[in-house]
Design a protein around this ligand. Sequence first.
Ligand SMILES: Cc1ncc(COP(=O)(O)O)c(C=O)c1O
Length: 380
Amino acid sequence: MRHSNRGAVDPFIVMDVMEAARKAEAAGRHIIHMEVGQPGTGAPRQAKTQLIAAMDDPMGYTVALGLPELRARVAQLYLDWYGVTIDPARVVITSGASGGFLLAFSALFDNEARVGLGTPCYPSYRQILKAVGLTPVDIPTTLDNRFQPQPVDVAENNLDGLIVASPANPTGTMLDANELKALAEACAAHGAAFISDEIYHGIDYDQKPVTALQVTDDVYVINSFSKYFSMTGWRVGWMIVPQDHVRQVERLAQNMFICAPHAAQKLALYAMDCAEELDGNLAVYTRNRDLMIAGLQDAGLTKFAPPDGAFYVYVDVSDFTDDALGFAAEILEQAGVAVTPGLDFDARRGHHWLRFSYARGTYDIIEGLARLKAFMATRR
Ligand SMILES: Cc1ncc(COP(=O)(O)O)c(C=O)c1O
């Protein structure tokens, strides 16, 4: 049967790394997983207990925009975390941030619209844009700009939209209030839509992240219960949209998804009151981050921007290889550590970069760093 060109998107290379790691484990090897971008912890315990008690509910469809009590609770989070008042009517509950992207792109852009991405970036932005007939525009960023796009990029690339992530994947760098404001203003001046992916909020270290809603209402903010709330597989997230976009997004959500999974929405509601357990997870990431910064440097991997948030370090390995894919395979084979080559995040320059995730337990981080140090000693 025929198939579409826009559906011919690139594979997610990290999945290939995970498969190679799985094969090594099946062959009896012990592998440290620094490739996976998800918490090793599950949903908060108390939230799961509450969900079990709620399971007599038939869990039919919810309304398309999500459970009203969850939308109100998300609005409350903006007051608690940032001091920003959001009308719950602007909150859209989605099937993860991924479902949010599909809704946002469909609501905002017509065919072939040019949507800017500061590379390196989360790979699925590019692939989803392509799959829905839009034009992803790569904007190469620099270590000096902490890997974030600049306001001038909007007009220079004649963009119809710009997506930023703060903290970002794979670099963990953040945008401060002034930087977000300047980007939002550049988008407004050029008639471009501004989309802010804030999925790693809550996983931050020295300074609190700023939501784009602190500097503008003219933005789609996308977030999720996958990371800080440790609920990756439950597939629930949210989006805050301008008031006059709610009805358009609602119509799309009704037709594309009907609703986000009902049980997952309930679990998300309960998880929002589990700050103590979730902040315990954050304490582990904080310790892991310090170990990573010191341990990578000790191993001779010194070229990176220390992450402000998320649980990744993106390292320039150009002193050691021109082939990050092969280098990652060697590290897996010789050191038993799975890491992600940069090509997923930056097709042009990623062959000189590796992403290390520290989302797992601290023991794994200590062991993984010791193995990396021994491996790197053979490369110098
Ligand atoms: C920056 C970023 N945005 C979005 C997602 C997708 O998240 P979700 O599980 O909510 O669909 C990820 C997943 O790793 C991510 O890193």
